[in-house]
Design a protein around this ligand. Sequence first.
Ligand SMILES: Nc1ncnc2c1ncn2[C@@H]1O[C@H](COP(=O)(O)OP(=O)(O)OP(=O)(O)O)[C@@H](O)[C@H]1O
Ligand SMILES: [Mg+2]
Length: 242
Amino acid sequence: MENKPLISVRNLEKLYYDEGGSTHALRGVSFDIHPGEFVAIMGPSGSGKSTLLHILSFLDRPTGGSYVFKGRDMDHLSDQDLALIRNKEMGFIFQSFNLLSRISVFDNVALPLIYEYDLKIEKRKKRVEQAIASVDISEKTYIEAGKLSGGQKQRVAIARALVNNPSVIFADEPTGNLDSKSGAQVMDILQSLHKEGNTIILVTHETYTAEFAHRLIHIKDGLVDSDVPIKKQRHLKEEFFK
Ligand SMILES: Nc1ncnc2c1ncn2[C@@H]1O[C@H](COP(=O)(O)OP(=O)(O)OP(=O)(O)O)[C@@H](O)[C@H]1O
Ligand SMILES: [Mg+2]
């Protein structure tokens, strides 16, 4: 593990304002995440997990505290900087897949490459095809994404998250809408990505999904309740893959 953290948050806060008043979704969250870590984030509904993931992945800004990503303080970055870093360095997998259903699998996976102006057409094609092959769905390359099953859609979403070779992959309940077999496939892919050296931050409700990670951060009422290494419980995983 390298010494420098990839992600460093200190006293992170998020206060949402709406007509009904305000919600203090994060109330001072601090931790470091190093390159190559596989971290699971768990906690009750409404505890602030998605809010935290949105901030970590530059989809939203905190209202207090600091966030340093790869040595750069988010506070000093413009929205345009954030969008560029996000596009280059981060991959996302959502519970609801978030694919464009009327375009092909190929075009969905190619989307994060739109800012890579220097990438030649042949190279771009190769990168996309490799990402699609890595989730074992090459036979659907030219099918409209909307015509796939949930499990297939999530594998396409993983390919899209990978195509940029990001520094970190964020997944917010990636198995939440899947049957157990497709969920197991998704976790299998995330596990191989981690073994290849990728950094993964996974929000989940399911203990057996969290077991794939090496560290568990428990969030409660907008605060870190516990942050502990996960001892590998092999039997649980074997149960899952049966
Ligand atoms: N855009 C928003 N505007 C106002 N309040 C919000 C917004 N997003 C989230 N909240 C509130 O912030 C709190 C934390 O929400 P968040 O979505 O982060 O929880 P969560 O831990 O991801 O929950 P779940 O497990 O149900 O997905 C909740 O009280 C929620 O209602
Ligand atoms: Mg959530």
